[in-house]
Design a protein around this ligand. Sequence first.
Ligand code: FPP
Length: 243
Amino acid sequence: MGEAKPVPRHIGIIMDGNGRWAKRRGLPRTFGHRAGVEAFERICDYAVTLGVECLTFYAFSTENWRRPPEEVQAIMELFRRQLDEMERRKEENERKGFRIQYIGALDEGGPVPQDVLRKIRQMEAETSAKTRMVVNIAVNYGGQQEILAAARRLARRCLDGELEPEALTEEDLAGGLYTAGLPAPDLIIRPSGELRLSNFLLWQSAYAELWFSDILWPDFQPADLDAAIADYGRRQRRFGDIL
Ligand code: FPP
């Protein structure tokens, strides 16, 4: 018998290539995003069977607001529908044991529509006790902005005399990020041929293994996740040490 392959505890996924997937089929870009949601569901359902503890999906970045307003609106509408659908399938989701969390700048008065925020808060509250797998969906998310917000909060506490700047630790900063309490991502997957992180989990990915592929996100299958995890299993993670 071979040695058991390590399963990453936390996998980050940049869901890229929806637009190109649609274009290749002569469809509007929004059809690609719709197919992207199906891939998201497929991969959540599969990853949980492997024992992955946490998946973080990059759904909408702080920079994505630059897209044409019709596309932004269509994506917000997809979030609404997806949240309503999860609400309708409450029992099925209960059984799956997914804890759903949205990460990003999701404050009242920000650019994310009020009703979407309300649905997000409801979904988070309803699934907060589930423990089988955490599913983070990054919306209005930017890694640099996340680090800046955490640094500002620490600076405020220093000014208030609660903390000493010289005594601050990496844990203090990590504790102010949206992913506080979760293991750092072991593996980050980016399909669609781009070879960059695009402001995704910048602090958290310090030692993550990166896996790139030309597959467009809507085409991403459980077998592709298997391939990424198999490659991950062949990497030597040294965390700066020597072997
Ligand atoms: C990147 O592809 C995709 C986005 C910016 C939007 C992704 C959003 C979804 C898949 C909806 C997810 C919703 C839930 C609830 C998880 P792209 O448009 O940049 O593709 P391109 O590079 O081919 O143009």
